[in-house]
Design a protein around this ligand. Sequence first.
Ligand code: FES
Ligand code: FES
Length: 160
Amino acid sequence: MREKAIVFEVNERQHCTTIPSHRTLLEVLRALGYVDVKCGCEKGDCGACAVLVDGEAIDSCLTLAWTVEGRAITTVAGLGNSNNPHPLQAAFARNGAIQCGFCTPGVIIASESLLRKTPNPSDDEIRFALSGNLCRCTGYTKIFEAVREMVLTRSGGVLR
Ligand code: FES
Ligand code: FES
């Protein structure tokens, strides 16, 4: 089994670690203690494991850890926490978009990735951006409303 030494950043903290080359980023992040990154299907179907890599949302279960050498990763805990929530996290709480919470880290990461690229997305663009995230609890409406509220707030009340 081949091993690789890699250096990468998670939530602005640098890590230098040696890993077997077949390990996924999901496995490595959780082993390092980033258990806010959820392990769902491990097949790229549910989106629960999503993280930002240099600002772009990816499924960490489909990413070999060595490929993030030198890159900056943000997990949902890197966006905010219960004492200092990110505006999206606050919007999800206000809109009742969190029930069991298992899908929430991935959904918030996908939403943040969308809003960084497209600050004023249309309803269809929001739905498309979240189409890779499965939720068994909310029926998706509350999640959609939370993201829409963020768009509305940021755009000063002007929706596309
Ligand atoms: S655990 Fe990665 S997409 Fe489901
Ligand atoms: S809130 Fe339970 S899976 Fe989405």
